[in-house]
Design a protein around this ligand. Sequence first.
Ligand code: ACO
Length: 427
Amino acid sequence: MKKNIVTLVDHNSGKTYEYPVLEGTRGPSVIDIRNLFKDTGMFTYDPGYTSTASCESKITFIDGAKGELRYRGIPIEELATKHSYLDTCYLLLNGTLPDHVEHKAFDLELRHRAFLHEGLHNLFKAFPDNAHPMATLSAAVTALASFYHEHLEMENEAEFKEMAHRLIAKMPTLAAFAYRHSLGIPFIQPDIDLSFTKNFLTMMRAYPGGKMHLSMLGHEEIKEIEVRALDTIFTLHADHEQNASTTVVRGVASTGAHPYVAISSGIAALWGRAHGGANESVIAQLEMIGSVENVDAFIERAKDPDDNFRLMGFGHRVYKNFDPRARILKELQDELRIELGLDSELMAIARKIEETALSDEYFISRNLYPNIDFYTGIILTALKIPKSMFTPIFVIGRTVGWLSQWIEFKQDPTSKIARPRQLYTGE
Ligand code: ACO
């Protein structure tokens, strides 16, 4: 087969250089410029890496134009509707979905690993009251590296799998501890009889001893649809190829630092408003709009080129037709509204924004559709989860993606320390 080549012409020297074009199994081809500096003495300039493939990966594929997202080749719609989050974790880590026996063993192992070392309880106690759960969560994951020193060598597959399982299992417990600490209420231990997602909801809501009828937030028993909704949110967040936080995780991995520190760095990167923090901003904006009557005025502001107000939860850098995750969540939101009998003012405002924007020429002509964050905020609010926990919930879902990418990086013989160059314009 003829190999495709790209020719670069330097008109100053008159020299030409040839670079091979690599074909993936899906998506755009890439020009292999690894020898560019050696050949030409020049670098490429690409702030934000908008045209740069930083690695080869077999984990997740996105086609932004078609609105397609696949984990290990399987469409997200299939995973979100036919499989559990734990199945998705197994798939991302191992490359195939588990059979019944594998699922059971994986589930059991995670239940056993959900508990925290007593020393970590003391760490939480040292943080100030009202600390944001993202700050305490990130610190606690770094602290885990001091409790588990092994896993720095990648020769032993059983060892790094254990490292990954341990962190996936403990993340909901750490997030629930971070939340309860922020309210100054006693920690709840994981319950080995509960599924991954139900256990997390219980650790968020229950009184010590797991009594739901006395729950802090006035809830009765956790409903199955609530568990399914949160499980779906975890699945939809599980990975998103080389996004900002994953790039940070791979960057820290490239230095040889402890894996838990790499994941903690991913948490820090996710916290920002432009990334995982966006879901918190959607609800803050709906609260600011305040009532359905005010929606039209805010839509006009979003369209005004002289006003920097933007509709949070609309538009996406990669998805330019629709965000497939948002479609799934919209259906789930409608189901929740009917089954839980919810119809809050916040939901009514969101519905009015959606209807108005989707039929408005400004939004249609710019391909601005609701993204995943538009619906996660509304659904998590319906589950009585406070805004400060939206991004920690994103962390719980994304932990498996970061770990899968960390492992892939470590196993890739072409991996190198992340060390970009610069265009110097100073004195
Ligand atoms: N509200 C109003 N106008 C918008 C919005 C919006 N949410 N998003 C984009 N536009 C307009 C821009 O003003 C611009 O208009 P112009 O062509 O008249 O100048 C046009 O649409 C294109 O916008 P860009 O900023 O160039 O699009 P880009 O792809 O760079 O930005 C982004 C994508 C950052 C997500 C943007 O749509 C945005 O700010 N959305 C709101 C924040 C948000 O929801 N973020 C979460 C994204 S999902 C995630 O990352 C997990």
